[in-house]
Design a protein around this ligand. Sequence first.
Ligand SMILES: C[S@@+](CC[C@H](N)C(=O)[O-])C[C@H]1O[C@@H](n2cnc3c(N)ncnc32)[C@H](O)[C@@H]1O
Length: 188
Amino acid sequence: MGNLITKTTELAMSVTLAYIGKGDTVVDATCGSGQDTLALSRAVGETGKVYGFDIQKKALLLTEARLHSHGCSNVHLLMKSFAEMGDHVPEESAAAVVFNLGYLPGGDHSITTTADETLRGLECALKAIRRGGIVTVVLYDGHEAGAAEKQRVIEWAEGLDSKRYHAAFVSLINQANNPPEILWVTKK
Ligand SMILES: C[S@@+](CC[C@H](N)C(=O)[O-])C[C@H]1O[C@@H](n2cnc3c(N)ncnc32)[C@H](O)[C@@H]1O
């Protein structure tokens, strides 16, 4: 194994993948350009299923193109908010739900995740994961809305019942340019 603690997004996904096996159901709550969606699709394999959410058509088109170029056919893409996850993903069915908060890089920066909607999505994610499952959240506090969102998300996680969940927060504290941070929540 190489150095895991370099790029936050890779660390977030490496830990997430440890909770996922072939044939599992997983969720990418924020597809963006589809990098995480592709990693999840590969992890669950042909017998598994990925639900991919994004509110932007542009993001879903980028994700669809990425998946198509890698021959992935196990992803169900939805142009809906992650706060509607409960209408599509059965309770206690998912091995993992992954959020990468903020805006689409190279896209419209005004279309971003917001604290209220993110908290609704996180509650849905807790219902969607099975026992032993994980919710992974990559957060960016380098922009104003992101800083407020991060604070609310951390407060939410700190308040989770310790008998039912483990929550961990990781920050790469000596790196330049406000690298993203990671919250993991696992269900006992
Ligand atoms: C930082 S990007 C995700 C990057 C992505 N994980 C990747 O690998 O490319 C954040 C995405 O969240 C989407 N988004 C914002 N609010 C959302 C919501 N309520 N539900 C689902 N997606 C949302 C944005 O449209 C944007 O594409």
